[in-house]
Design a protein around this ligand. Structure first.
Ligand code: NAD
Ligand code: UDP
Length: 322
């Protein structure tokens, strides 16, 4: 098979860096474009010297020196709700202008395109679990709107390019995913709880902790994204990729205190605006079209993530203000 050249936008981030590693293992040439906003060079340290790897420090809204490639994975976007108040304009424009810029590039080099959308397109869902046919319940003017609504428009743009230019685009609606290389200070719930437990601080549960999420381990997610790219005949499809096992945030807190063997308590803080009350993907489509389902249980995935935090994030955890 000829070697594929692949562009990974957002490749220095949590998911993107795992994707770059997996593609290199497959023999691909990988070009990572990232502005290091929420990503880190250290996420790439294992592959930085790989002869088939190249890093471009650039913003996807304006990058001019993108090489011709066969495939584009567009994962570039801050994804932590903790960033939505500080970077609303950048996030909204990355998912709109940035997506347009990458789609134009895909048309120029006739590349297959996978867009990383999100379960947030369903907002605070009134349909449960969420199938791809559900159109969602997003508060377009709320604090999460810069992310949720721009991801929705990003999807609209990819579909428009598919119709206008016959571009082979596919959309992954990614549900909560966790694992090694998330930043301890990322703000999302699993790295936050792990950091708090490792520092023997109290875990900050927002609301009463009865809201639910379904957490997918990173290796399963990367397998799903690659299958979405590699499977023929999926032009224009949007597919949920995520874990079906739904848990309350309180349960996640208990599990983390347990596996860290931490002497931490829980403190309750106000639930952020528009925080979805429940979330679980319907993955029937992924099962049928991608022959995909997740393998790694929450317990196993949390232990692997904990191990990574203990071995690779000690310094970050010690340095961060508590
Ligand atoms: P992340 O913040 O670790 O990675 C995002 C990367 O994109 C970072 O390296 C960041 O520096 C880069 N980036 C952001 N804006 C950019 C810009 N304008 N130009 C160039 N680079 C830019 O987040 P992640 O969890 O790895 O998420 C990756 C993608 O998956 C995002 O698009 C996110 O919306 C989507 N997603 C993730 C989850 C999850 O649970 N991890 C859930 C749903 C969707
Ligand atoms: N959450 C929490 N404590 C924290 C961080 C998050 O209770 O320190 C809650 C948050 O309110 C949400 C859930 O955990 O209900 C998942 O939050 P996260 O930011 O990881 O992702 P989301 O699914 O909201 O995008």
């Amino acid at each position: 098979m000829p070697i594929k050249t692949v562009l990974v936008a957002g490749g220095a981030g949590f998911l993107g860096s795992h994707l770059c590693s997996a593609l290199l293992e497959d023999g691909c040439e990988v070009v990572c474009v990232d502005n290091l906003g929420s990503g880190r060079r250290r996420n790439l340290e294992e592959i930085d010297d790989h002869p088939n790897f190249r890093f471009l420090d650039a913003d996807i809204r304006e990058a001019t020196d993108l090489p011709a490639v066969d495939e584009i994975y567009h994962l570039a976007s801050r994804a932590s709700p903790a960033d939505f108040t500080e970077f609303p304009v950048r996030i909204a424009l990355t998912n709109t202008e940035g997506t347009r810029h990458l789609l134009e590039h895909a048309v120029e080099c006739d590349a297959r395109f996978v867009y990383a959308s999100t379960s947030e397109v369903y907002g605070d869902p009134e349909v449960h679990p969420q199938p791809e046919s559900y159109n969602g319940n997003v508060n377009i003017r709320g604090e999460r709107g810069c992310y949720d609504e721009s991801k929705r428009f990003g999807e609209t743009l990819t579909v428009a390019y598919e119709r206008r230019y016959d571009l082979d685009v596919r959309t992954a609606r990614i549900f909560n995913t966790y694992g090694p290389r998330m930043r301890p200070d990322d703000g999302r719930v699993i790295p936050t709880f792990l950091s708090q437990a490792l520092r023997v601080e109290d875990l900050t549960i927002y609301g009463d902790g009865s809201q639910t999420r379904s957490f997918c381990y990173v290796d399963d997610m990367i397998r799903g994204l690659r299958s979405l790219m590699r499977t023929d005949g999926l032009q224009g499809e949007a597919i949920n990729i995520g874990m079906e096992n739904e848990v309350t945030i309180r349960t996640v807190a208990e599990l983390i205190v347990d596996i860290c063997d931490a002497d931490s308590d829980f403190v309750y803080e106000p639930l952020p605006e528009d925080d979805p009350r429940k979330r679980r993907p319907d993955i029937t489509k992924a099962r049928h079209l991608l022959d995909w389902e997740p393998d790694v249980s929450l317990d196993v995935g949390l232990r692997r993530t904990l191990e990574h935090f203990r071995t690779h994030e000690r310094q970050t955890l010690d340095d961060a203000p508590s």
